[in-house]
Design a protein around this ligand. Structure first.
Ligand code: ACM
Length: 508
């Protein structure tokens, strides 16, 4: 049986009670109110896979899921301070000899608690010689026993935004791969998936009023080095967003501008400054393309795109890029961003942008995303001082496309090598003077895909490092410890093997 603390990310508070373990038997069932049926089914499926028992839903089962917003006694997520605001995603898990009770004030909290229960079920260790361990892969030893460790977990996230980014522009990954990736990240309580949908190489989201974007720039040979064609149709994207929502993951679409736009200009020559056709570009150079800040058709294009992306995105955010606009003169960058940022609010979304956007006056709710380690940070500090929330993605700790070590065959190294310890051993509230805990919306680990041709490549770069970032973003700072994380990761890793996730097995 596993230990109650053997969970990634580490819960805020764990109180084991070794006398109170719960043994699952053939007749075990799950009970929940009808409006929680999806969550109950999710938990029952996990228990079924782990035990081989039928695990039906019943009105009075020993494993109970409760939505308890109005219960005065329930303070999960308020830590030890009852006055502290309850956080979305908080939950309380009680395991005793009689059964299991999972409570939360919102469904996100119940989903988070179910991910914790999942990790408390033993990982596959059939080859250990023992017979008590059970498998995520659905295989059970006939003589296995199944138990959950007794005690109480009171848990809540440190930050509301716990994200990762996937670059679909340099290489595209088909819809089933994206869904599978969402399943894997959601187990770590990552709740935002930022999709970098457009760049110089490719345009990966259908925009019905500008069809050539994907007809031309989502077609064959538009990935780096000519690989990885494809795009999400409006129907695919809608399907993906709904799938993510079912796993409490919010999709954050990024349309990168005014730079990184060669794919758009190749589809529509009018969007260039000199009205001359541009060639297809599938090299890795950045900073050579720019929309024309002084042409009216630029803004017609941008407004159509923002309106259409906003219309199919239920989440609150739209990411506008804004990075590495080296071919946009500073005055033009001001002109462009000052006109475009308010359009995001006009269509009901909150703007996120790479931190270069702090060069312009931001709408009050705009969120800069810090990434570039050598930049001067005055703009972000000013934005934080003015009350803006910030997302932390320092490349030297969170860029999952950096090689683990020199010998890593995939990835880049411009921000240095990023081993698992480096992804873990830093704190987002210490990174920039003047941008402390209260200024942070959260943490995101971007994964740029220049060198990543398949989901297997993506998984290799993301895992285990995304598990480290997930703990940075979820676990209270005082509870984090590298040696503890390393031990829990060692115990977690066979779960990825059982799920067929191509994690970097040589992570130590
Ligand atoms: C970035 O890495 N260009 C945001």
């Amino acid at each position: 049986m596993r230990q109650l603390v053997d969970v990634i990310p580490l819960p805020a508070s764990v109180r084991p009670d070794p006398a109170a373990n719960f043994t699952l038997t053939t007749g075990v069932s799950v009970s929940a109110a009808p409006e929680l049926a999806d969550l109950a089914v999710h938990l029952a499926e996990l228990l079924r896979r782990a035990t081989g028992f039928p695990v039906p839903l019943r009105t009075n089962g020993p494993i109970r899921i409760l939505l308890e917003g109005s219960d005065k006694n329930f303070v999960a997520g308020s830590g030890r301070n009852p006055d502290q605001e309850r956080r979305t995603g908080a939950y309380r898990l009680d395991i005793s000899t009689d059964g299991v009770t999972l409570r939360a004030a919102d469904q996100e909290g119940l989903f988070a608690g179910i991910q914790t229960i999942r990790q408390l079920l033993p990982e596959p260790m059939a080859n250990k010689g023992g017979i008590t361990e059970i498998s995520e892969s659905g295989e059970q030893h006939p003589a296995a026993t199944h138990a959950l460790p007794g005690g109480r977990i009171d848990d809540a996230p440190r930050f509301p935004y716990r994200g990762t980014m996937l670059d679909l522009a340099r290489h595209f990954y088909p819809l089933p791969d994206l869904k599978r990736y969402i399943d894997t990240i959601a187990q770590l309580k990552i709740n935002h998936l930022h999709l970098h949908l457009t760049d110089d190489q490719g345009w990966r989201l259908e925009i019905p009023s500008w069809p050539k974007l994907t007809e031309v720039s989502g077609g064959a040979g538009t990935g780096v080095d000519g690989a990885g064609p494809g795009f999400l149709s409006t129907a695919d994207y809608t399907d993906l967003v709904a799938y993510a929502k079912g796993r409490f993951v919010t999709i954050v679409p990024e349309i990168d501008m005014p730079g990184h736009v060669n794919a758009a200009q190749r589809a529509y020559t009018d969007l260039t400054t000199d009205q001359k056709p541009v060639p297809q570009r599938t090299d890795k150079t950045v900073g050579y393309s720019s929309l024309a800040a002084n042409q009216e058709n630029t803004y017609e294009f941008v407004e159509d795109v923002i309106r259409e992306v906003a219309a199919i995105t239920p989440g609150p955010y739209l990411h506008i890029g804004g990075d590495e606009a080296f071919s946009t003169p500073p005055d033009d960058y001001q002109t462009f961003m000052s006109r475009v940022l308010p359009l995001i609010g006009k269509y009901g979304k909150r703007a996120i942008g790479w931190h270069e956007m702090t060069a312009v006056e931001l709408p009050a709710d705009a969120i800069p995303q810090y990434w570039r380690i050598e930049a001067t940070h005055d703009g972000i500090k000013r934005a934080a001082a003015a009350g803006h929330q910030v997302i932390m993605s320092p490349a030297d700790h969170t860029y999952l496309d950096m090689k683990y070590v020199e010998e890593t065959t995939l990835g880049l190294d411009w921000a240095g090598f990023l081993d698992v310890r480096r992804a873990y051993d830093w704190d987002p509230a210490d990174r920039l003077p003047g941008v402390g805990e209260e200024s942070l919306l959260g943490v995101e680990a971007p994964l740029w895909s220049e060198t990543l041709r398949s989901l297997a490549d993506v998984e290799f770069m993301a895992f285990p490092r995304l598990a480290a970032i997930a703990e940075v973003a979820w676990t209270p700072r005082a509870g984090r410890d590298w040696e503890s994380f390393r031990a829990r990761l060692t115990s977690f890793a066979p779960r990825w093997t059982a799920q067929g996730v191509n994690f970097n097995i040589n992570w130590e």
